[in-house]
Design a protein around this ligand. Structure first.
Ligand code: RI2
Length: 305
């Protein structure tokens, strides 16, 4: 595998899901090291920063990838070439280990919210939500999953397939049928791509619409996520960019004169979120932000390409 093919796979969504993207991005830094022709420390550091720039341009609404890559590059030992290379490999290992550990912690906490006989509603495909569902099943609970297909890329099908493979009953709905899917649900579990300093959770398009319906039916909504989805740039007054993807993902060869808006994500207002479940625990969005400031201090640094 070459560095540039990882970049291509993230951009084309062959690699999908915020955390998988972050994992692929940090792993690709090892490829960047191997492929670099730099003869000295400053040359290799500059190659790594170029790699970072290429990764960051793949998908704008992915702070988890940015935080992970920044973590690796902030921990470089720049004394000599051997130490520098070793430090990249070591920090990448730390990031992957952290994700593995945190997904297990989140699954332990969030699975408690799934009761025997529960109907769990979810949208899109989140590796975190799948871990939670797996854990609840492991605990011997019997429950059902309702999920939406998630146009235009149909990541909901990945979720439905994975849940069915676990032997858990799953009912699959078109996005516009979410009201039906939610009416009989007991809990909404969604992932997150980003969390802003105002406590807004950015997740796949449709998420706020479904959270509004859930509120109407009095169903709790939990966003389940690693705390590294927090976007420190929003602290510095930067509006989180919502990725807008190609029009032809929605309608191939659409007639002339039609402008297609293909927003990949939307912001879910903190008032619609019962809690954010992360490795730090379960918190209301505003408190979650305070916890982030305590636990992830290193993130709060303005970095430029
Ligand atoms: P994990 C996905 O985005 C979904 O919006 C999902 O909720 C989120 O990533 C988080 O996924 P996309 O990459 O990190 O499909 O929990 O656009 O796996």
């Amino acid at each position: 595998m070459e560095f540039k093919s990882v970049v291509r796979d993230i951009k084309s969504m062959k690699v999908q899901g915020a955390e998988r993207i972050a994992r692929a991005a940090v792993e690709s830094l090892k490829l960047a090291v191997k492929e670099s022709k730099a003869k000295n420390v400053s040359g290799l550091v500059s190659d790594l920063h170029h790699a970072k720039k290429m990764l960051f341009l793949t998908r704008p609404t992915e702070p988890c990838m940015r935080n992970s890559v920044n973590y690796v590059l902030d921990n470089l030992q720049t004394d000599d070439m051997v130490e520098l290379k070793k430090s990249v490999f070591f920090a990448v290992g730390e990031v992957i280990e952290r994700f593995d550990k945190n997904q297990k912690i989140i699954a332990q906490i969030a699975s408690k919210k799934i009761k025997n006989g529960s109907v769990v509603f979810t949208h899109c495909h989140s590796s975190t939500i799948l871990e939670i569902i797996k854990e609840a099943k492991k605990q011997g609970k019997k429950f059902e999953v309702h999920n939406t297909e998630t146009r235009p890329r149909f990541q909901g099908r990945i979720t439905a397939k994975e849940v069915a493979q676990l032997g858990i009953p799953v009912r699959h709905f078109v996005d516009a049928a979410a009201r039906y899917a939610l009416k009989s649900a007991d809990i909404v579990l969604i992932g997150a791509d980003s969390i802003t300093t105002e406590g807004k959770v950015i997740n796949k398009i449709g998420s706020e619409l479904f959270a509004e319906i859930a509120k109407k039916f009095d169903i709790p909504v939990y966003a389940c996520t690693d705390s590294w989805k927090f976007d420190p740039d929003t602290v510095f007054g930067f509006e989180e960019e919502i990725e807008i993807r190609r029009e032809d993902e929605i309608w191939k060869r659409a007639p002339k004169g039609i402008k297609i808006d293909n927003y990949a994500f939307e912001k879910v207002s903190p008032e619609l979120i019962t809690g954010i479940i992360s490795e730090l625990g379960i918190y209301k969005p505003y408190i979650f932000i305070q916890e982030i400031k305590i636990h992830n201090k290193w993130m709060f640094k303005r970095r430029f390409f």
